[in-house]
Design a protein around this ligand. Structure first.
Ligand SMILES: [Zn+2]
Length: 153
């Protein structure tokens, strides 16, 4: 890493910090020539798998889609950004560990629904109604009934 002050190529690392999410590392460095102190940031570049759609077509992975779908499911609840981020991060980690090459789109949907079902039943129903393509009130009622049966008493 070039010293930003004198351009010297060699520096010594004096401190290393990993960010809370574990995806970035910040290093404090001292230039070996002029003693100038500076920081460098290292960011993990994650490669996501291709998404295989229901009809077999491949699609570039897009984490924003997961986020948008979830935001809709939560409507305008308070503090949803954090909840949504937690769920998205969990889903991304699961995708990378279980499906490093390609991931069927319905598996992504299942991962999201599993997380919602346990803790956010209302958001779960909204998400499921779009995702599972509920067409009638009866579809919705059946899912609701099942959810009620599964909820902790
Ligand atoms: Zn320097």
């Amino acid at each position: 890493m070039k010293c930003p002050k004198c351009g010297h190529l060699y520096s010594k690392v004096t401190d290393t910090r990993v960010t809370a999410e574990g995806i970035a590392i910040r290093r404090r460095r001292v230039c070996l020539k002029c003693d100038h102190r500076f920081f460098t940031n290292e960011i993990v570049c994650i490669e996501y798998p291709m998404v295989i759609k229901r009809d077999g077509r491949k699609e570039e992975f897009d984490g924003e889609k997961i986020k948008t779908g979830l935001m809709k499911a939560f409507k305008k609840q308070n503090g949803i950004k954090e909840k949504v981020n937690d769920i998205v991060n969990g889903v991304l980690a699961e995708i990378i560990s279980k499906y490093p090459e390609k991931v069927p789109s319905e598996k992504i949907g299942d991962m999201i629904m599993n997380r919602l079902r346990a803790s956010e039943p209302v958001a779960y129903l909204r998400f499921a109604s779009v995702y599972k393509n509920f067409e009638t009130a009866k579809d919705f009622a059946l899912e609701f009934e099942q959810l009620l049966l599964d909820l902790p008493k």
